[in-house]
Design a protein around this ligand. Sequence first.
Ligand code: UDP
Length: 238
Amino acid sequence: MSQLACRRVLLKLSGEALMGDEDYGIDPKIIGRLADEVIEARAAGAEIALVIGGGNIFRGAGLAAGGMDRVTGDQMGMLATVINALAMQDALEKRGGRARVMSAIKINDVCEDYIRRRAIRHLEKGRITIFAAGVGAPFFTTDSGAALRAIEIGADLLLKATKVDGVYDKDPKKHSDAVRFDSLTYDDVISRDLQVMDTAAFALARDSDLPLRIFDMSQPGVLLRILRGENIGTLVRG
Ligand code: UDP
């Protein structure tokens, strides 16, 4: 346990991370691999909270663009995050992990309501705690939910898994000379207008001095390596 650089972390996965090569839904192989990574990190002694997006199923903004009421769309998006959280809970438990889903909106026939003190208790008992439904309000994203919950539970670090292996000075898919940053301050992110998380989530993290690490989770073992202190991806802090 002592070899870990972080004791309690919150890992944010996008809904799209669960799709694999599909264009919708959940690929059981992918969610299984992600669950393996989380269990490995938990077994090393870290207390792990998860936030999973819903973009593999619904996003409110996308539904609104198709003509739906935005608030209804966002509510569907929040329910999508609950579906993903339940799938992850199942994948973790199938592998011998102990997990709990806590939702910001009340759906307590299928999971627990989010109660901060209870969430911290779950983490202290070694349960992988999955926070669903973001902040529980429309017009927010699960990035904001991740930042908020990370601050509430006193996480040492917010890990954001993306398809790109960190933050670049320009889009590496469009520019072959794009340069990746090893570390940035919050002020660097603002002055260079870099896209790290959505604005509300970033403001929450900066105001509470919550360090963020943006990294690519496709390499096996990367989560544990980060928890052991390797400088993988891009670290953003004050
Ligand atoms: N959402 C919301 N409030 C929240 C979190 C999420 O209304 O606090 C809705 C919103 O419509 C969002 C969708 O849920 O688009 C799915 O979340 P997100 O887009 O963050 O998922 P990701 O892009 O990470 O897969």
